[in-house]
Design a protein around this ligand. Structure first.
Ligand code: ARG
Length: 460
């Protein structure tokens, strides 16, 4: 069924019909389309553009369609071009002439702009809800592991000691910023395009403030050409999702490393790992690998919308129909990834002993040995060189800095005394790291408390 057959004398080519149609994917909008149409009808009624009775019939008709779709009494079929056509045709079938008045002062251009905005607005909240849950899992782990020591790495080489709480806290910070990005996007996008018409508004006395209010927007968009053409919020949302995937993918990579046979820092739960069809010993971190892999898909959606939008002159052009499929896929992918990732880390076990043993090896206290000399008035550059010589000695003997005799220390620099051993013990190295943001347990507990008090100003 077509809404625009009047000026045509020939049937549309069948391939054109298929190529042009969006109902296979924009049927996801059915609820938003109905909510938007009800707001539009109420406003038309209030302004006397349609009668009170027609307004009531339209509203009841649309509510009936909504409940029938949700109860599976009504199926959205692909004989229609898009969800908007399906809704209007179904309404007219059900209520007759009043249904033909719904589209007064409206175009599919502002209708689809509204539906997409309502849909994305909901999904911004849904994604926020998922990250919030993930962050609660991270915070639980942080609270339990303020004093579980592990090596911190740079260049994938042991660098300085940290704790599990500190390492996970880094991701907590990233996800916190992700949430604040969603919050910003929500605020910026929360203006209503309905009433923009095809591009140039309309001569009917529409009350755009009323429809904006009915649909919980801050107000109407103030330029009707922009109203039908803006997809910035889709770009912003996909960019925020892509950034989230950067974070999830880095975290996944670490899970894979920590899980590998050489590290064995963690044990993944059986429910969140998979086996091999040929190698019976295998227990693979497929969830982490898939999250890492699906990152590419989400980047793809971002690049796709950026490229689609870059050459479109004002106002609406059909290119913009391409804003949907990859965006929907990216949103579902990200929500799935966050949920699975949260389940995986929430059930995994830490091999704290191995992590601590690993932190004891690899000279991660070398900076602290240099700092020991600095506190005794040796200039840092000299201290760095003395400790470098000591490390070389240890490598030759295959021992740790703590195992070197005081004599050997003194041979390199006479300033060393017996208290060097306490100064470079793992416990001291961690506990004394108390600068803001450092892993020292006392500082970490303050940061955790700050996180627990923080939440209120976000979306969910
Ligand atoms: N399916 C279209 C889209 O997704 C709806 C708007 C159609 N408007 C038009 N003038 N053909 O963008």
């Amino acid at each position: 069924m077509k809404l625009w057959g009047g000026r045509f004398t020939k049937e549309t080519n069948e391939l054109v019909n298929n190529f042009n149609a969006s109902i296979s994917f924009d049927q996801k909008f059915y609820r938003h389309d109905i909510i938007g149409s009800i707001a539009h009808a109420k406003m038309l009624g209030a302004k006397g553009i349609i009668s009170e009775e027609e307004c009531k019939q339209i509203q009841e008709g649309l509510e009936g369609i909504l409940s029938d779709i949700e109860n599976r009494q009504l199926t959205i079929t692909d004989e229609y071009e898009d969800i908007h056509t399906f809704m209007e045709a179904t309404l007219i079938q059900r209520i007759g002439n009043a249904g033909k008045k719904l589209h007064t002062g409206r175009s599919r251009n502002d209708q689809v702009a509204l539906d997409m905005r309502l849909y994305i607005r909901d999904e911004v909240k849904n994604v926020d809800e998922e990250i919030k849950h993930l962050m609660n899992c991270i915070l639980r782990i942080m609270k339990e592991h303020v004093e579980t020591y592990m090596p911190g790495f740079t260049h994938l080489q042991k660098a300085q000691p940290v704790t599990i709480a500190h390492h996970f806290g880094a991701y907590y910070e990233m996800f916190l910023r992700d949430r604040s990005r969603l919050f910003d996007i929500y605020k910026r996008m929360n203006y209503c395009p309905l009433g923009s018409g095809a591009l140039a508004g309309t001569t009917y006395p529409l009350d755009r403030t009323m429809t904006a209010k009915l649909l919980n927007f801050e107000g109407p968009m103030l330029n009707s050409m922009d109203g039908v053409s803006d997809r910035d919020y889709v770009i912003e949302f996909l960019s925020a999702l892509a950034t989230m995937m950067v974070h999830l993918s880095r975290f996944s990579e670490e899970i894979c490393i920590w899980n590998c046979n050489e590290y064995r820092f963690i044990e993944l739960d059986d429910a969140y790992s998979t086996g091999s069809s040929i190698m019976p010993q295998k227990k693979n971190p497929d969830i982490a690998e898939l999250v890492r892999g699906k990152t590419g898909r989400v980047y793809g959606a971002l690049i796709s919308i950026l490229t689609t939008m870059k050459g479109i002159p004002l106002a609406y052009n059909k290119d913009m129909q391409e804003d949907k499929e990859l965006t929907f896929d990216a949103i579902d992918t990200v929500k799935g990834c966050i949920k699975l990732f949260a389940g995986m880390i929430d059930t995994m076990k830490f091999n704290s002993k191995r992590m601590e043993d690993s932190a004891k090896k690899g000279f991660i206290n070398a900076t602290d040995a240099a700092d020991y000399l600095v506190k005794k008035n040796v200039p840092f550059r000299d201290a760095h060189s003395y400790v470098g010589q000591l490390v070389l000695k240890c490598i030759e003997k295959d021992i740790a800095l703590d195992e070197l005799s005081l004599d050997e220390y003194k041979k390199v620099c006479p300033v060393f005394e017996d208290d060097i051993y306490d100064a470079i013990s793992l416990k001291t190295c961690i506990e004394k790291r108390l600068t803001t943001g450092a892993p020292g347990p006392e500082m970490m507990r303050q940061v955790i408390q700050h996180y627990e008090e923080l939440d209120a100003h976000f979306l969910t």
